[in-house]
Design a protein around this ligand. Structure first.
Ligand SMILES: [Zn+2]
Length: 338
């Protein structure tokens, strides 16, 4: 009997669970998050989580009897006109299709949510306190509503409409969604039995949503010497090397961070009084922008995001117990140090 229930978890069920945490509409416009290869109606036999869905990860999935890869980075980023296996992207896609392994990517949408997002995990690894989003996103429409019954079902339906649902412990939830969806959301609320005269509009279009946006900022419980802090980051983030700007002979207390290429957030990190900005993918000339106002610390792209692999595994294994979810054991980081 259990066996029958087990086969009922489909790829779509997994996607819905992930997108309740990081709704796909919160990905950046250049991104390609979502199901990249595969049939969403297929039952899941097992999942591998990773940063990069390379050919080796597909081999690993086959060895472990898994037919779904949940990756952070989308293997297809721009359009492909042919699939002939001339590069690693095409070879990976061909192999995935041939072997029946689905690939799903949860990328900038997972970067942009605070709760269980990429940056919250980094902040946790560094022991930061009082964390908040460094650059909160502007909301289109915000409604405050009371959802007293069947909250889980309501949340699911709203999320599938592309509404970001925040809060809910006391029945009061914030709904955030693009302006164009107003009529649809209103119709769904009336279907859910929420009288429209009880909806409080928070519709200041300039208002920001505190737990949605890029990067993270927080405080160390105790200020640390600069060298000691860099050593600590290196250890905690298993960084092969940290490239950083000049030290300022000032203790580190406030830390801004962003997993992956976060350079665009430097002015906001400075404006928020961060002592150091921990991120990746800095180029030579960009380091000058520290301008003695902050320390820029580039710890490596893979290193900054590596704990996302464990986080995704935790998110999936605590929800789905009828199949195994593994962190990849393949080292997909293409960068080596010596
Ligand atoms: Zn990344």
């Amino acid at each position: 009997m259990n066996q029958m229930i087990d086969t009922m978890v489909t790829i779509q069920h997994v996607i819905s669970h992930l997108e309740a945490i990081a709704p796909r509409q919160y990905q950046e416009s250049y991104d390609n998050a979502g199901l990249i290869v595969g049939d969403p109606s297929q039952p899941v036999t097992g999942i591998i989580t990773c940063l990069d869905s390379t050919e080796d990860v597909i081999d690993e999935a086959l060895q472990r009897g898994c037919n779904l890869i949940v990756a952070h980075h989308p293997i297809i980023f721009k359009g492909l006109k042919t699939l002939t296996g001339k590069n690693y992207v095409e070879r990976t896609i061909i192999k995935a299709i041939q072997k029946g392994v689905a690939i799903y990517a949860i990328h900038t949408n997972l970067d942009n949510v605070l709760h269980r997002g990429v940056n919250q995990r980094i902040g946790h690894m560094l022991g930061l306190q009082a964390v908040r989003v460094l650059a909160p996103k502007k909301a289109n429409v915000q409604w405050l509503v009371m959802l007293t019954r069947d909250l889980e079902n309501a949340r699911k339906k709203l999320t599938s409409l592309g509404v970001h649902v925040l809060g809910g412990d006391s029945g009061t939830v914030h709904l955030i969604f693009p302006k164009g969806e107003k009529a649809k959301v209103q119709a769904l609320l009336s279907e859910l039995g929420v009288p429209f005269d009880q909806v409080v509009s928070m519709a200041d279009p300039q208002q920001t949503v505190a737990d949605l946006g890029s990067g993270l900022i927080g405080e160390l419980p105790e200020a640390m010497e600069e060298e000691a802090f860099l050593d600590y980051v290196k250890l905690r983030m298993k960084a092969g090397c940290i490239r950083h700007t000049a030290l300022r002979q000032k203790k580190i207390r406030r830390v801004a961070l962003c997993g992956g290429a976060g350079g665009f957030l430097l002015p906001i990190a400075k404006a928020n009084g961060a002592d150091i900005f921990v991120t990746a993918d800095y180029k030579y000339h960009e380091f000058f922008d520290a301008d003695d106002k902050i320390i820029i610390a580039d710890i490596g792209h893979f290193e900054s995001e590596q704990y996302t692999i464990d986080m995704l595994q935790e998110i999936l294994s605590e929800k789905f117990s009828s199949f195994a979810t593994y962190c990849t054991s393949v080292r997909t980081n293409p960068v080596f140090y010596r």
